[in-house]
Design a protein. Structure first.
Length: 424
């Protein structure tokens, strides 16, 4: 969105389509902000929402447990990797990451290491907009609030596992291992870099460093959890288990705000033995209306085989994007997993990154919007240039025919931008 731009008025959503008050129909290939796992107004989501609203919409977690919360915890534990088995639910992704920070500090306090209050994260990342989560973020959103934030994003986005492990170890030692509670990373970036995956072996290498220095490893899967990448969780592509996974966005089915985290058995045992347990959270933590929708989302993904479908459709989409990139040199690099696909854009004549002032990512998104296709603009600063990129994150229920429409409209949009640059 640009200054002074008047946005269309959305009035209806069905499947991968959004309708506006003037009768336009937009093919939603990014789920707004990577939210729509099941598309708009999925019948099972609507049914769960209506059913639970009639029974019990809210109960306060310090006064009651509730059945949807308990059921959702069981469902998450069943699909989570390894021994990740204890869940806690919130509303937003920012809240989920804040709660993971609270959990890490409490865990080390109960282990007799109360000085472990600091965190480390990667220099290019995005973990949320609350102050703790924004402190973890190494992104353009920090700038207006820098005086309020901690310098957590201190670990370079290293290109290899060996460099990554060395960089993390150096950051731990520079601050003192006795002060570091956790290292936080995204298995694939979302808005901070358009589906950039961890290097091969990186997760295993940093897992070993974290174990060596008693540092928890937290994976931020707000974007990637619950089938988006063709696995239940993004970390499953990278061969190591974190101590905590945070999740959000798609779990609420686009109908309710819902997020959470799932932690390992050892964390559960330590925190569970505390007289107060995990006495943190927010007013709507674990609220039954949201958790009932979350149960419906996971049940639908399981029963309709949508994790495997995301892998299959993602491969189909990638193949089409590769063919398109061969025709359009502005599409410099493709990356991602499943139905999370990123496209890095560079000048088609020189192969150089664009000047950020040109706003090429936003221009491409605008061209797509003019063709009633919604994609996600995701530029990221790189030294004195901008890494222009866009994200595709269509709902897992998208059909092959609708994927073909995404590709057709996207190619027309890319062609228009290249022509405007005088290089088509």
């Amino acid at each position: 969105m640009t200054a002074g731009e008047v946005l269309p008025v959305a009035v209806r959503g069905r499947g991968v389509w959004l309708e506006t008050d003037d009768g336009s129909r937009y093919l939603d290939a990014c789920g707004g902000a990577m939210v729509m796992l099941l598309g708009h107004s999925h019948p099972r989501v609507v049914e769960a929402l209506e059913r639970q609203a009639r029974e019990l919409a809210f109960s306060y977690r310090f006064s009651f447990r509730n059945e949807p919360m308990l059921e959702l915890a069981e469902r998450v534990a069943r699909v989570a990797p390894g021994d990740l088995e204890w869940s806690f639910f919130n509303s937003s992704g920012s809240e989920a990451n804040e709660s993971a920070m609270h959990l890490a500090v409490l865990y080390w306090e109960l282990q007799g290491k109360p000085a472990k209050l600091d965190f480390l994260s990667r220099m290019t990342s995005y973990h949320g907009s609350t102050l703790g989560a924004l402190s973890l973020s190494g992104s353009r959103w920090r700038a207006p609030f820098e005086p309020l934030l901690h310098k957590y994003a201190a670990v370079p986005n290293s290109p290899t596992a060996e460099e990554g492990a060395a960089d993390l170890e150096a950051a731990i030692l520079s601050r003192g291992a006795d002060h570091i509670a956790a290292f936080v990373l995204e298995p694939l970036t979302g808005s901070s870099g358009a589906a950039v995956p961890l290097p091969d072996g990186y997760l295993r290498a940093v897992r070993e460093v974290c174990d060596r220095y008693d540092v928890l490893l937290i994976a931020d899967e707000i974007v990637t959890a619950f089938g988006r990448t063709g696995r239940w969780f993004g970390v499953e592509h990278f061969g190591a288990q974190p101590d905590v996974i945070t999740f959000g966005k798609g779990l609420g089915g686009g109908a309710v705000p819902l997020s959470g985290m799932v932690a390992s058995r050892r964390i559960r045992e330590v925190v569970g033995s505390s007289p107060t347990g995990f006495s943190y959270g927010h007013t709507f933590s674990g609220y039954p209306l949201g958790c009932a929708v979350g149960c419906a989302v996971i049940e639908t993904i399981e029963s309709e085989g949508l994790v495997d479908e995301a892998a299959r459709k993602g491969a189909r989409l990638r193949s089409a994007l590769e063919a398109m990139a061969a025709r359009h040199p502005m599409m410099h690099a493709l990356r991602g997993q499943g139905l999370l696909q990123g496209i890095e854009l560079r000048h088609p004549a020189t192969g150089e990154r664009f000047d950020g002032a040109l706003g090429i990512s936003a221009r491409l998104a605008a061209e797509a919007r003019g063709r009633e296709l919604m994609i996600y603009s995701s530029p990221a600063p790189v030294v004195n240039r901008t890494m222009d990129a866009v994200l595709l994150a269509p709902p897992l229920i998208i059909t092959d025919e609708e994927l073909d429409m995404v590709v057709e409209r996207l190619e027309a949009s890319v062609d228009a931008v290249e022509r405007a640059l005088g290089t088509a």
